[in-house]
Design a protein around this ligand. Structure first.
Ligand code: AMP
Length: 279
């Protein structure tokens, strides 16, 4: 079940391919939660074999970000995978993924410039590179990504199309706590007071959708109301961005339309949270 080396993972994949098995793949950074579980369940339904990877990818973290304190608990992750009937948990070592002399990167241009890309330099280069590597190792028929990381999903879809990769990228809905907070491994950082203020993200997004459904189309007005809501919570330290973007180009819109994505990043204390909603 647990595979720790690239070589072993490739051997297993080779055998599975020979047997004609379809492979579903769920790449994660671990500390698995209900959002990850939903991806595993989708994969289980549509493929004969499901592979989950747990890899905290150092090259997608910028300086001063939370690489060192990112929550890790392999035993717990293994347990979650067992409960979900996952076939293999792939947990490669950093030194094997990026040995000395490592020099090759995948860069998706344009789509990575706005939203999170504007604030996390090199982040998406790290993401597309690790996902390309993982796709080469696991050779999945389908790969499952959450809409929670909407920009990431669009970037990966673009990479797969541009590089003619033989994998279908499947997107899955955002899983939320009962009160609306989107599940995230980073929620673990939140103190009880911060947890209450973290609700500001989903509250603002739900309000945006409500306004849109009531006929409001002026993006600036919608964003202004969202800002007001978010700022009313005590632990909100900084609103990094609020944008209404086209779902495919990720270009900011002045007039909101059905299908557009409202996305935001907010610092609750020292914790940076992201969320989005589709109008
Ligand atoms: P991470 O471990 O945070 O890198 O996330 C791994 C995958 O799980 C990504 O495709 C995420 O978009 C997805 N994911 C994370 N949180 C959620 C959530 N609350 N709902 C749905 N998918 C999620």
């Amino acid at each position: 079940m647990l595979i720790r080396s690239i070589k072993e993972m490739k051997q297993v994949v080779k055998k599975l391919k020979k047997e004609g098995k379809t492979i579903g793949f769920v790449p994660t950074m671990g500390y698995l939660h209900e959002g990850h579980r939903s991806l595993m369940r989708c994969s289980k339904k549509e493929n004969q074999i499901t592979v989950v990877s747990v890899f905290v990818n150092p090259i997608q973290f910028g300086e001063g970000e939370d690489l060192d304190r990112y929550p890790r608990d392999l035993e717990r992750d293994l347990q979650v995978c067992r409960e979900e009937g996952v076939d293999f948990l792939f947990h490669p070592k950093v030194e094997e993924m990026y040995p000395e002399g490592y020099s090759t990167y995948v860069v998706v241009e344009g789509l990575t410039e706005g939203l999170c890309g504007a604030f996390r330099e090199g982040h998406f280069k790290g993401v597309s590179t690790v996902v390309a590597k993982l796709f080469n190792i696991v050779q999945p028929d389908r790969a499952y990504f959450g809409r929670k990381d909407y920009q990431q999903l669009i970037v990966i879809k673009r990479m797969v199309e541009d590089l003619n990769m033989d994998v279908e990228v499947v997107d899955c809905p955002i899983v939320r706590e009962e009160d609306g907070l989107a599940l995230s491994s980073r929620n673990k950082y939140l103190s009880p007071e911060e947890r209450r203020s973290a609700l500001s993200l989903s509250k603002a997004l739900f309000r945006a959708k409500e306004l849109f459904e009531a006929g409001e189309r002026d993006a600036e007005k919608i964003k202004e109301e969202m800002r007001k809501i978010i700022k009313s919570y005590p632990e909100v330290k900084d609103i990094q961005y609020i944008e209404i973007v086209h779902p495919h180009t990720l270009k900011p819109k002045k007039k909101a339309e059905k299908g557009d994505v409202v996305a935001l990043a907010v610092f609750i204390g020292n914790t940076r949270l992201i969320d989005n909603i589709t109008l």
